[in-house]
Design a protein around this ligand. Structure first.
Ligand code: 13P
Ligand code: SF4
Length: 316
């Protein structure tokens, strides 16, 4: 059988979405076609909010597994689908619940703040969740005399330490895509594009190196380190006309679409998350048609994992 054209897939996905009262949520790193067909495109915080408030019967999550799990935790009565079960996350894989229990035992009384890029088992062992857009606010809400175990991203942890001036006990995890961005020489890019504004995701290795070399690049405290949706917002509001984008390249599609007169240059063309790119129009169509693959966090675990997510949503 001949494969369907993009137009046919768009049409049939739209019909199925309507027929099944489904909502399609997509992360800012998804391929352009997925972003274009989604009901909502956003960062981890925006997506968690949308998943928690939707009145659709089915949520199709075009993102990675921990995001679909979070949707299942916040919307236990909805059917949550991910088009490819292998869409994982190297950062979420960098700590297990067992490792976290051992870490907690070594640090009794500490408050655990987990990045949303964690499994449901890890969330269930945590006091607070946070995302790249609210990590500073979440840490600031915790009394000063409390030790904080911050996990799993060492670069986001270092960024939060710098902004809050607070010492954190940080798990040494990293995302394989963003860590590599830290190996780039951004000073070279700055010579190439002297008028460009640099927008940096806090998971990047360079978010720490640029802090150390702030005199050389710019001062991160000026607010150039953003979540993916924060970057999109900044791109709209800034008077700059050229931007160097230090994060996964999928974000450039929406940036360019929303700001046709501006120029966006990836810090590295190679910053591609293979997990995010596993979602295609074909498997999204199959997901809707066959209602696959369901991500369902068991009720007992979901109840425990919901608490740190709810605390986060109340703060930001
Ligand atoms: P955002 O919440 O900033 O979109 O980040 C999610 C993520 O996985 C970044 O790699
Ligand atoms: Fe995970 Fe990194 Fe991919 Fe984000 S870019 S989903 S942190 S592997």
């Amino acid at each position: 059988m001949a494969s369907k054209t993009t137009e046919e897939l768009f049409k049939e996905i739209n019909e199925l979405r309507k027929e099944k009262n489904a909502v399609i949520l997509a992360h800012n790193y998804q391929i352009p076609e997925i972003q274009d067909i989604a009901d909502y495109v956003g960062d981890s915080l925006g997506l968690s909010r949308q998943a928690a408030r939707t009145d659709a019967d089915i949520i199709v999550f075009c993102g990675v597994h921990f995001m679909a799990e979070t949707a299942s935790i916040t919307s236990p009565n909805k059917k949550v689908l991910i088009p490819d079960l292998d869409a994982g996350c190297s950062l979420a894989d960098s700590i297990t619940a067992e490792q976290l229990r051992e870490w907690k035992a070594l640090n009794p009384g500490a408050v655990v703040v987990s990045y949303i890029n964690t499994t449901a088992d890890v969330k269930a062992e945590s006091d607070y969740c946070c995302t790249s857009s609210n990590a500073v606010g979440v840490v600031e809400s915790i009394p000063d005399d409390k030790q904080i175990l911050f996990l799993p991203d060492k670069f986001l942890g270092a960024y939060v330490e710098m902004i809050t001036g607070r010492e954190l006990t940080i798990w040494q995890g990293a995302c394989h895509v963003h860590e590599k961005i830290g190996e780039l020489d951004l000073a070279e890019k700055q010579k190439e594009f002297p008028d460009a504004e640099f927008l940096i995701h806090p998971e990047c290795g360079c978010s720490t190196s640029c802090m150390m070399k702030s005199a050389m690049y710019f001062n991160c405290k000026d607010g150039h380190v953003y979540s993916t949706s924060g970057m999109l917002q900044r791109a709209k509001e800034s008077v700059a006309e050229t931007f160097v984008i230090a994060t996964e390249t999928g974000i450039l599609h929406r940036m360019q679409k929303e700001n046709p007169g501006k120029q966006f240059i990836p810090a590295s063309e190679d910053s591609v998350c293979d997990y995010m790119k596993m979602i295609t129009l074909e498997n999204l169509y199959d997901a809707l048609k066959f209602e696959q693959y369901e991500v369902k966090v068991p009720a007992e675990l979901a109840d425990k994992a919901l608490l740190p997510i709810e605390r986060m949503l109340q703060i930001s």
